[in-house]
Ligand binder design. Structure first.
Ligand code: XIL
Length: 337
């Protein structure tokens, strides 16, 4: 059939997208498009700890379960996002970490959560973003680690091995990802991020931490940052050296800052998508591509102050437009597979 899912599968790859449970439930047109185009789903926010464990003794899995049921009905895979992140944590958690007097007690607040959640979904998750956004050179450390994180503050870098081992033990079959952004652009900030990530992978690999894959988020801002296939290809090549799998986990291509004519922006977005995916998919270690959403009707870019258009117009960063028609970006992804 004619869909991104089938184009990807024909090449032994997977294509899918992030979804919000509410949109799947309330928007039948959206649900049909997701069923048609996606071979793998990831909950866009429902599997972040803030939503899963709003209080120490209360877990809420309903929204994630809803997405997984929908995926099962449409014979789609699913992936989990995310287990250890500096962001989207419940308010009680930093307090609990502060109240813990030993490193062992702090570690338990991480590993027991990971064990509980990954065990609950064991057998149903293709993969997990175990650690999300571990580096941030702008935090001031010479190793580029993101030090402004509840986990780093509590445990230092040890939180990363702890998280991966806990996930591996609870769900030995899911592929375990380190996931991060800001690794594709030819700008100094991305150079520092690439270097910090490669150095981190060196340290994790030397300690036999089960990092099995690297997730390249792929939130591109071509009018702000540019794109250079050679720079990105070098990073992919460096990642290949670790013998891990690769995946584009959150692709969208912001058209913010582009020309007034939306057709021109659509063409630019498609051209960058093509260049970016050609590099990513050239590696035999790359498993596939997920976009962060499917249609411009629902994109996080329009809700984020940092990324939305100042004049309120809809971003055009995803394969389908606001009325679910295929855009040049759809063709670019399809042709890349
Ligand atoms: C975003 C979601 O899309 C939003 O709905 C939410 O409000 C904030 O988070 N990188 C990530 C994702 O790893 O978790 C982020 O998702 C987008 C950037």
């Amino acid at each position: 059939a004619d869909s991104l899912r089938h184009k990807a599968e024909a090449r032994g790859l997977v294509y899918g997208c992030a979804v919000k449970s509410r949109n799947l439930r309330d928007d039948a047109q959206f649900r049909a498009a997701v069923a048609n185009e996606a071979g793998i789903l990831v909950p866009e926010y429902e599997l972040k700890r803030q939503f899963i464990q709003p209080e120490p003794n209360r877990y809420d899995f309903a929204a994630v379960d809803f997405i997984l049921q929908s995926a099962a009905r449409d014979d789609q895979k699913a992936r989990g996002h995310t287990l250890a992140w500096y962001d989207a944590n419940p308010a009680w958690l930093p307090n609990a970490l502060n109240d813990s007097t030993t490193a062992a007690a702090k570690a338990k607040l991480l590993t027991e959560y990971i064990a509980f959640v990954t065990k609950r979904y064991a057998g149903r998750m293709h993969s997990w973003d175990v650690v999300n956004e571990a580096v941030e050179p702008d935090n001031g450390r010479s190793d580029g680690m993101r030090s402004q994180s509840i986990w780093y503050e509590a445990l230092g870098e040890d939180y990363i091995p702890l998280a991966f081992h806990a996930a591996k033990q609870a769900d030995p079959h899911a592929l375990l990802f380190l996931n991060d952004f800001g690794v594709e652009a030819p700008i100094r900030w991305n150079d520092r991020r690439r270097k910090a990530l490669l150095n981190l992978l060196d340290r994790l690999k030397s300690k036999d931490v089960p990092v099995e894959a690297f997730g390249i988020q792929g939130h591109l801002h071509p009018y702000r940052d540019g794109f250079d296939a050679k720079v990105f290809a070098r990073f992919i090549h460096d990642l290949e050296g670790y013998g891990i799998k690769l995946m584009i986990t959150e692709l969208d291509v912001s058209d913010r800052g582009g020309p007034d004519d939306p057709q021109k922006r659509d063409a630019d977005v498609a051209a960058v998508t093509k260049d970016f995916l050609n590099v990513a998919l050239e590696s035999h270690q790359t498993l596939g591509v997920l976009t962060w959403g499917l249609t411009d009707r629902y994109t996080w870019l329009s809700t984020s102050d940092k990324y939305k258009w100042p004049d309120g117009q809809l971003p055009r960063a995803l394969p389908l437009d606001g009325i679910l028609a295929r855009k040049p970006m759809w063709d670019a992804i399809s042709n890349a597979f």
